[in-house]
Design a protein around this ligand. Structure first.
Ligand SMILES: [Zn+2]
Length: 249
């Protein structure tokens, strides 16, 4: 595998991550994503182009506004870095194929969904529709039978719907997310996604209970953990499934 492709993908990912930061910040405020330059939220000074280099600018500026020294959130370089790494990992898994293209688009949507869900406890329908569109693309190239994908749509979303109906403990956004992502993944990887999300979410919930921080509700939202699960399941869902079954063989 050529290292140069991975480096280029990392840089592309960091640049996309920088754009996702704008989307994550502005979309819930209903601000335009394409118009208006970035500015410091404290001193309102426009940020110079040379201070907008993903990841690096944050390090050069030591995490502070060049003008007023207001701390810049570490979230910005973190999201740039996570986006970059997520692109690279997709390529390492799928190489020069359409699966990589779908994986990169899926990772992009999941990163935005995760951060907006953490901030607002909401998953916007427009992102569900984007994942649904990707799922239709996946159906064209998937090696799995169509039935696998159709079962994926229902296998977790229906139990979620029943739990939501009975207890109200699961948000509508999570139900739609695991339905459209399930269609994309097929049912085995969907179960893996749910399993990873539950382990992650459950671990954090227990940690918060033990350390008595359970008022930090944003950390208990299931959506972000589900997104991590969906991403990992897209990469290794069927491998993990087979590995798990082999434990009992
Ligand atoms: Zn400032």
């Amino acid at each position: 595998m050529e290292t140069s492709i991975l480096v280029v993908l990392f840089i592309f990912g960091a640049i996309f991550g920088s754009f996702f930061n704008v989307v994550i910040y502005r979309l819930p405020k209903k601000e335009s994503i394409v118009h208006g330059s970035s500015h410091c939220p404290k001193c309102m000074e426009p940020i110079k182009p040379y201070d907008l280099i993903p990841i690096l600018s944050y390090l050069f500026l030591k995490g502070k506004c060049r003008h007023c020294k207001e701390p810049i959130s570490w979230r910005y370089p973190l999201i740039e870095f996570i986006t970059a790494i997520s692109f690279v990992l997709v390529y390492i898994r799928y190489g020069y194929t359409y699966f990589t293209l779908i994986g990169i688009l899926l990772a992009s949507i999941l990163i935005i969904v995760t951060m907006i869900d953490i901030d607002t406890m909401e998953i916007y329908d427009r992102f569900q529709i984007m994942i649904l569109t990707l799922a239709f693309g996946m159906l064209l190239i998937s090696p799995l039978p169509l039935l696998d994908h159709l079962i994926g749509f229902f296998v977790i979303s229906v139990p979620f719907y029943l739990i939501a109906y009975l207890t109200g403990g699961i948000g509508g956004g999570d139900i739609k997310l695991i339905a459209v992502a399930g269609l994309l993944l097929g049912f085995k990887a969907t179960l893996v996604a749910f399993f990873i999300g539950s382990i992650l979410g459950g671990s954090v919930a227990i940690y918060l209970l033990v350390t008595k921080q359970k008022e930090r509700k944003s950390l208990i939202a299931f959506g972000p953990y589900l997104c991590v699960g969906i991403y990992l399941a897209y990469l290794y869902g069927n491998d993990l499934w087979n590995w798990y079954l082999n434990l009992f063989a």
